[in-house]
Design a protein around this ligand. Structure first.
Ligand code: NAI
Length: 328
């Protein structure tokens, strides 16, 4: 029998966790033939609720679920894990400034980075979903000096999927006809969904749409503000779609991308496309053998350049803020 893949999930008793765990347990990450062992981290007061979720996982009798361990100590829960899905984060409360938010999350992601550094498996891969995702990933990475930087990532796959879905609706194409979507920069309102390299049925999306006004005034803001629109409609934040995107991200990191396509992942910049080295920024990436590579050689016109520079500037400001707080 195959050795189970050990997958840690933090914030496991939260909303996203409630959608995510059942997908992982049913084999959505690595296929039905690969058993998974879940390691679930929560804060102490949420452990009782998490026990209830584990009861439901038991009741599904998933053939791929090889075991579940829960706890509130990252050094125990992360022991030997191959993938860490860092979902639990501190949301912005009333009257909280950005600095307070970054500091509160530093208090979560710095110790989690340190714990991963000491106890995770040698092939550990880290995916940060909890917001502010890019900067939380930067904090975790900076506190894990022995883990190669390319093993850290943040989730911009939900933005990527939203961008595909909105483009499909506009053009009447099916989502499978859309290839090479790119989200650049930060998982925030400044993110830039780029239609100048995306293909719809093999043709450049911006040309298929042929409406710069729609692109600037409708498409980009609709994708970037989709999270707020869902809160408005549903009364709580997007959780099932965030869980689904987290699955897509980790699945593709393990399985690779098809030859004629790429995905958006926030990864540590090597300076490509003028994004300062060391920032965790979203890029178009291909994946092979568990290793991502930033797609090279794309032509960036003035419009795209301005949008990329703006979102990257915000990432630089977040980095400077957490540096100022001594978190990295
Ligand atoms: P939630 O509030 O329902 O759940 C978060 C859970 O994290 C809670 O159960 C909490 O107890 C736990 N937690 C807090 N601190 C922890 C710690 N130190 N260790 C372990 N667990 C801890 O929130 P939800 O809806 O599940 O969202 C989780 C995060 O994902 C939020 O930061 C949210 O903003 C973010 N998000 C990111 C998206 C993306 O595309 N990157 C999309 C949607 C949400």
């Amino acid at each position: 029998s195959t050795t189970p893949v050990k997958v840690a999930v933090t914030g496991a008793a939260g909303q996203i966790g409630y959608s995510l765990l059942f997908r992982i347990a049913s084999g959505a990450l690595f296929g039905a033939d690969t058993p998974v062992e879940l390691r679930l981290l929560e804060i102490t007061p949420a452990l009782k609720a998490l026990e209830g979720v584990v009861m439901e996982l038991d009741d599904c009798a998933f053939p791929t679920l090889a075991g579940v361990q829960i706890g509130d100590d990252p050094n125990t829960i992360f022991d030997g894990v191959n993938h860490a899905l860092l979902v639990g984060a501190r949301p912005r409360g009333p009257g909280m400034e950005r600095g307070d938010l970054l500091e509160a999350n530093g208090g979560i992601f710095a110790p989690q980075g340190k714990a991963l550094n000491s106890v995770a498996a040698d092939d550990i891969r880290v995916t940060v979903t909890g917001n502010p995702a890019n900067t939380n990933a930067l904090i975790a990475m900076s506190n894990a000096p022995d883990i190669p930087k390319e093993r850290f990532s943040a989730l911009t796959r939900l933005d990527h999927n939203r961008a595909i879905s909105q483009l499909a609706a506009k053009t009447g194409a099916s989502v499978t006809d859309i290839k090479k979507m790119t989200i650049w920069g930060n998982h925030s309102a400044t993110q830039y969904p780029d239609l100048f390299h995306t293909l719809v049925g093999g043709r450049v999306a911006a040309e298929v749409v042929n409406d710069q006004q729609w692109l600037e005034s409708t498409y980009i803001p609709t994708v970037a503000k989709r999270g707020a629109a869902i809160i408005d409609a549903r009364g709580s934040s997007s959780a099932a779609s965030a869980a689904s995107a987290t699955i897509d991200h980790v699945h593709d990191w393990a399985a690779g991308t098809p030859a004629d396509d790429w995905v958006s992942m926030s990864v540590c910049s090597d300076g490509s496309y003028g994004v300062p080295e060391g920032l965790i920024s979203s890029f178009p990436v291909t994946v092979a053998n568990g290793t991502w590579s930033i797609v090279q050689g794309l032509e960036i016109d003035d419009f795209s350049r301005g949008r990329i520079d703006a979102t990257v500037k915000e990432l630089g400001e977040e980095r400077d803020a957490v540096k100022g707080l001594g978190l990295i």
